[in-house]
Design a protein around this ligand. Sequence first.
Ligand SMILES: C[S@@+](CC[C@H](N)C(=O)[O-])C[C@H]1O[C@@H](n2cnc3c(N)ncnc32)[C@H](O)[C@@H]1O
Length: 360
Amino acid sequence: MSPVLCCFRNHIFKHLACTNSLVRREFSLTKLLSVKAVPLSTCTNASLTSPFLSVHIQCRKDFADMLSEALLCFGASSTSIDEQDSHVQNEEICISSIYDISKDVRKSILHAADSIGLKDLPTYKIVKGYHSDWIKDIQDSFHPVEVTKGLWIVPEWRTPLDLQATNIILNPGLAFGTGDHPTTKLCLLLLHEIIKGKESFLDYGTGSGILAIAALKFGADFAVGIDIDPQAITAARHNATLNNIGPDILQLYLVPSEEINSPSENNSTGFEGQGSYEPEASFDEIVKYDIVVANILLYPLLNLADQIVSFAKPGAMVALSGIITEQLPRITGRYSEFLEDITVSKMDDWACVSGKKRRI
Ligand SMILES: C[S@@+](CC[C@H](N)C(=O)[O-])C[C@H]1O[C@@H](n2cnc3c(N)ncnc32)[C@H](O)[C@@H]1O
């Protein structure tokens, strides 16, 4: 089983590989709410009214992360860890999860607990709910985010708080990139600082299209977004439309997923998905850009370094994000042959590396 999951609160796509009772993390990730990616704006009436089971599980704090992931491997459609939950005792925490109505919840919790070495079945409570409530909950949890003074990311269903600001309108339901994860924020801050007007911009791993949309709003002349996930391309086009950005200035391409995305012992990209986008033309690999940003995590950044840098003009800015600070030496080591004037910006445990492509 290898579900593709999207954390709506922390907005990280993650891929969990589960072999028998072995639960493995493909990427180092933050937690909170993990759900199978659902396009919020495209749910049918039937899916909105179909019932599901909302399950609240009490668990020791130090096991919560592991149990949460194990539940996903044993049938839960989503899990969220509520660190703020005041109803539970000091050392305990509540995991809220969603199950399809057909699932045997007790068996799932039992297997998940067993797989991480918990001897007792955790206490749990099941409530029947409807997807419309769940989607409303998710929508309610998103608010406009001010990335820096005068730059707001506004969920499609909210009203901008500052009409004079640069407001990027987004539907965060379809793809990674809602603007409140540090990996995205670091890129947004960099683009805000370096775009002076008229640049060409390549968004390598566009996700929701947020960086390309931001670059255009900051003054770039045109932008290209590429992604291996069709759902990301669909999301990015939808989000571009929300911002009155047409295909004349934002081109989006679905590109083939390369195995080199992942470490050699594993062929999973961690970014698989499904969507309806039919590309009309293929990405022109000859064109060079003034700015190239790739927010695609450590292994793709390492494996695709030559390719990422090849899209930059000599002297162009190249920025790499999705890096946990302890991974920094591997990225700076790999990219120092291509980039000069390397700088590093950090937020929480995340870092963004940028530099100018050497002219040779
Ligand atoms: C972490 S998200 C970044 C989204 C957005 N650019 C942002 O900064 O918030 C990474 C995106 O890169 C895409 N991706 C991963 N590997 C890729 C590759 N080799 N080529 C193109 N896109 C890739 C994923 O599908 C995903 O949409």
